[in-house]
Design a protein around this ligand. Structure first.
Ligand code: MG
Length: 504
């Protein structure tokens, strides 16, 4: 592959040449991960765990090849590199620094534990049995603490883990973000809950209404057509937990799920994953097989998925358009009214499950996970105390208390996958999505209206130009400055929620 136009420096070209093997391993690992969640037979889990362990250790060994490191270090002190060349050095240095500090046995152990713990979590969740999952979760947190100690941190272990998912973001930043948005969200929630006739209902009959899965599948495909999903470069499959994987810029795969009732869940999960997919699909093709190929951070990624799911998809014009689509594709629902469908996709009430939470209550779920992870990492509480603590925090923040582990501590896949320090990126995504809205509105117009008029491609083109095409060239703070003209700022998000839910 030629890197004409973007990469000229001879040292960088040599690095990219050598990087190709690492990229190939990542490419294969993405596909193995996708397969594990979609088509792998259940008994395949142990061998997949072994293979994943072997491949991660191989990746580490190749990355830490002394000659390769020397090249990257040399490039780091080179003057006159362009933005993309500097991006290559930044991303590789971060990766090398991380892998250098982690003993290979630990890297392998994490990869293996991830597969086994996820399997144990699935079974524990099915049987609603926390005890069987507890030893795996203890191991996950023990390994996470070890990772933090090896990586090093200034204030607390959480910083070391968070930085991996959100470059340049600290625990203190997360605290500041929550301190800024939570009081506003509380005020909006209280106002809605005390209103005898709120503009957004607490519940809606469609939440209990069954649909034909076959019809919902067709609706999801039409919805993706409306959004401009490129089927020759992308797939839609089914998995227990919807996700997106980028195998390559021209091979991006999303999944959704069908529960057979409450159709908004599958439709909006699909829109959410579309947002993730679009980011990966619109990376400049000249970045293929380089370290800059993917989205820059989980927070920026989530800003894309939440933007499409909530800001676009849950806007009135988009909801009215989706209602039409539902009436065409899902006759088993018996016909929905547009305005009524808009209220249905925007019901607001404190609830137990994060992935089903509305825009007003969603971040409370994240706050709980952030607090618990931090306490566990700091050794303030034990894993065995988690279920009770979780339930207490839910009651304190949202006034609802889980009666089972499934609707409490066992609901998320993340911890079983070893993803500790990840959750705050969801709230970062929400915050950034509203910043994007404000800039887009002034330059292009209301994205929900554009989507409803069949012009989602204009919204996509704007996002490509501002954010997607850069891949990981710029760090998240640099990217925000460059594309939105300001650093991360919770004010637009507070304005968005207040305007929509108290004046809408
Ligand atoms: Mg997401």
């Amino acid at each position: 592959m030629k890197h004409n136009g973007l990469f000229r420096d001879s040292l960088i070209l040599e690095i990219l040449e050598r990087y190709r093997t690492l990229w190939s391993l990542s490419h294969a690992q993405s596909l193995l991960g996708w397969d594990m969640e979609t088509y792998m037979p259940p008994m395949g889990v142990q061998e997949r765990g072994l293979a994943s362990q072997g491949l991660s250790m191989l990746y580490q060994r190749l990355l830490l090849d002394p000659e390769f490191i020397e090249l990257v270090e040399k490039a780091g002190s080179r003057e006159g590199l362009n933005d993309h060349e500097r991006g290559v050095v930044r991303v590789l240095k971060r990766s090398i620094d991380r892998y250098r500090k982690l003993p290979p046995e630990l890297v392998g152990e994490i990869a293996k534990t991830r597969v086994e713990a996820q399997d144990a979590w699935k079974r524990a969740r099915e049987k609603d049995d926390f005890t069987s999952f507890q030893p795996y979760l203890e191991k996950v947190f023990t390994l996470a603490r070890q990772v933090a100690e090896h990586l090093g941190y200034e204030d607390e272990p959480y910083d070391a883990l968070l930085d991996y998912y959100e470059e340049g973001f600290t625990t203190r930043d997360v605290e500041r973000m929550f301190d800024s948005i939570i009081p506003t969200l509380k005020r909006v929630l209280d106002k809605l809950m005390s209103d005898p006739q709120p503009s957004y209902p607490k519940e809606h009959p469609l939440e209990e209404t069954a649909y034909e899965v076959r019809e919902a599948e067709a609706a999801n495909r039409r919805l993706l057509d409306l959004l401009g999903y490129p089927w020759d470069r992308a797939r839609l499959d089914v998995s227990a937990h919807p996700f997106t994987v980028s195998v390559g810029v021209r091979d991006v795969r999303i999944t959704t799920r069908y529960e057979g009732r409450d159709v908004k869940r599958t439709l909006y999960a699909t829109i959410h994953e579309f947002g993730h997919a679009l980011y990966e699909l619109q990376v400049d093709e000249r970045l293929i097989a380089t370290p800059l190929q993917g989205g820059v951070s989980l927070g920026v990624h989530e800003s894309q998925s939440r933007f499409w799911e909530n800001i676009v998809g849950r806007s009135r014009p988009a909801a009215l358009r989706i209602a039409e689509l539902v009436n065409e594709a899902i006759p088993s629902l018996g016909g929905v009214d547009g305005e009524d469908f808009y209220r249905y996709v925007n019901t607001v009430r404190p609830s137990l499950i994060r992935v089903e939470a509305d825009e007003v209550t969603y971040n409370f779920h994240i706050l709980i996970r952030f607090r618990l992870e931090r306490m566990l990492l700091n050794g303030e509480v034990k894993v065995s105390e988690l279920p009770e603590l979780w339930n207490n925090m839910m009651e304190e923040l949202l006034g609802v208390r889980p009666k089972t582990y499934r609707e409490g501590v066992l609901q998320d896949i993340h911890w079983s996958g070893g993803l500790i320090g990840y959750f705050p990126t969801y709230t970062i995504g929400n915050v950034v999505s509203a910043q994007i809205l404000e800039v887009m509105k002034s330059e292009l117009g209301e994205p929900g209206e554009l989507m409803a008029r069949g012009q989602a491609s204009r919204v996509a083109a704007w996002l490509r130009d501002k954010i997607h095409r850069h891949g990981s060239t710029y760090s998240p703070p640099e990217l925000l400055e460059k594309s939105l003209g300001s650093p991360m700022d919770p004010e637009p998000y507070k304005r968005y929620i207040t305007t929509k839910y108290t004046r809408g």
